[in-house]
Ligand binder design. Structure first.
Ligand code: GLN
Length: 484
């Protein structure tokens, strides 16, 4: 059962080949047998899962099921789940049991999805390798000595190893697409505002966006259709009707204009990644698409711009973790200041502290204009580049990441090299556009991701293009031997 997509499992459930309870027990069993090798889960929600599965079986019997009804899904541990631990990968929230559900959790539960558990992640979603988690690193199922990417590494590795049929992630600078690429799964970051951020622990509020990590584009379309939508509790969510993203997957893509940014094929790109991506583009030409050279002249500024904007916003967002109302509190504080200092000093890890300090500095009175304001101006130039490109092309394609999965420990002492893992993904967040990474072959037995970037709210277009590629290739069907 575990090598089936959501679409296939949903058919199996409706045809009574198996029940949701059987399906859920199968995945719970796989997690118990296999996750000690990977460390994907922080919390396995066995009781909740079985209860929800039984509820789903009743709905399935009545015949009015949603495609997600009865499907076990793993949720990144950044989404608040009522009465279930929500740690955000941090010691700071190791004791935090949320009193409410995030909108994403609520919507997926309303669609009938079964909560399998909460997945491991970089602390407060800051990282590209899952090594900043308080709960230890996640291993990449394709090579246990390498990282799964981050910050949604637990979700990506769980789907790659088929210990969960699908999972959710969040993407502030690449955290859905980069781990999807490194683990050989499909990962979609929707347009900023498409999915509610209510109850999703904030890192950089103007960049954060939730999305699915799945085996196929079709599955991503199923989950996005359920999780997207306007929410009065998130003032940045957009009031635009949510289409059924599965209804346009079959559209013919002959004549589709694909922009190829020359900046995405520089020396930084590993040759094995480059050739896999080029092969994928040839496949698109066979499907009748036209490749058009484009330029995104300011893309080289995206990583430095992001590392001012994201830390600035995180320094503000993380000020709420002060040891007073919830989360970690130091022992025997001498006074209020000691309580703040030691709770934050002991509760946060190194990378989170680095970001808080950089962000506080960039926002301080004397430096605000020089750093924060300047970064905001660059952000505008970066999004203008995309607007100009989308006058000429329908979608933009290129590699998701410059390299395949790297060794655990390889980049931990060099933050700048680590930050460059997101060199092709970050600009998409700064502009607020949708992007998807799909499996496009292997380099040295490690998965390579192809990134498709769409114009605002054109998720349907990139999902359609991704699905058409998956109809003629089977990279997304590959499973690492140890987990097959
Ligand atoms: N790797 C980037 C960072 O460390 C992006 C993380 C994310 O998208 N959450 O900030």
């Amino acid at each position: 059962m575990h090598n089936k997509t959501i679409a296939e499992l949903s058919t199996g459930l409706k045809d009574k080949q198996f029940s949701s309870e059987e399906l859920t027990r199968h995945f719970l069993d796989r997690v118990k047998r296999l996750d000690h090798k990977l460390n994907c889960f922080i919390t396995l929600t066995e009781d909740v899962a079985l209860e929800q599965a039984k509820r789903s079986d009743k709905i399935l019997q009545n015949g009015d099921a949603h495609p997600l009804t009865g499907i076990p899904v793993a949720q990144k541990d950044i989404f608040c789940t009522k009465n279930i631990k929500t740690s955000c990968g941090s010691k700071m929230l190791d004791n935090f049991y949320s009193p409410y559900d995030a909108t994403v959790i609520e919507k997926m539960s309303d669609a009938g999805a079964v909560l399998l558990g909460k997945t491991n992640m970089d602390e407060f979603a800051m990282g590209s390798s899952n090594e900043t988690s308080f709960y230890g690193p996640v291993k990449n199922p394709w090579d246990l000595h390498t990282v799964p990417g981050g910050s949604s590494g637990g979700s990506a590795a769980a789907v790659a190893a088929r210990i969960a049929p699908a999972a959710t992630g969040t993407d502030t600078g690449g955290s859905i697409r980069q781990p999807a690429a490194l683990c050989g799964v499909t990962g979609l970051k929707p347009t900023y505002g498409r999915v509610s951020r209510y109850g999703m622990i904030a890192f950089a509020s103007s960049l954060d966006q939730a999305g699915p990590l799945t085996q196929s584009a079709e599955d991503a379309a199923i989950i996005l259709s359920a999780m997207a939508g306007f929410d009065t509790r998130d003032s940045t969510s957009t009031d635009i009707a949510v289409p059924d993203y599965t209804s346009t997957l079959a559209n013919n893509i002959s004549g589709l204009k694909i922009g190829i940014p020359k900046e995405y094929f520089s020396n930084a790109l590993e040759s094995g990644v480059q050739s896999a991506v080029q092969d994928a583009l040839k496949e698109y030409e066979k499907l009748g698409a036209k490749l058009i050279d484009i330029e995104l002249p300011n893309s080289g500024l995206s990583v430095p711009t992001y590392y001012v904007v994201a830390p600035a916003e995180c320094s503000s967002n993380l000020s709420r973790f002060d040891g007073v109302r919830y989360g970690y509190r130091c022992d025997n504080p001498a006074n209020l200041e000691d309580l703040y200092k030691r709770s934050r000093g002991e509760g946060f890890g190194q990378e989170v502290k680095r970001r808080i300090m950089i962000g506080t500095y960039a926002l301080s009175a004397g430096y605000y204009d020089a750093y924060y304001l300047k970064a905001q101006r660059l952000r505008r130039l970066i999004s203008n580049d995309f607007s100009a490109a989308f006058k000429k092309v329908d979608v933009i394609m290129g590699p998701t990441t410059p390299t395949t999965a790297f060794k655990i420990g390889e980049k931990t002492n060099d933050p700048i090299t680590m930050y460059l893992s997101d060199v092709y993904t970050i600009a998409v967040n700064l502009a607020g556009l949708p992007g998807i990474s799909i499996p496009a072959g292997f380099s040295d037995n490690k998965p390579v991701g192809l990134q498709l970037i769409g114009n605002y709210f054109e998720e349907a277009k990139i999902l359609n293009a991704a699905h058409q590629y998956q109809l003629v290739t089977n990279w997304h069907r590959q499973i690492p031997d140890a987990f097959s």
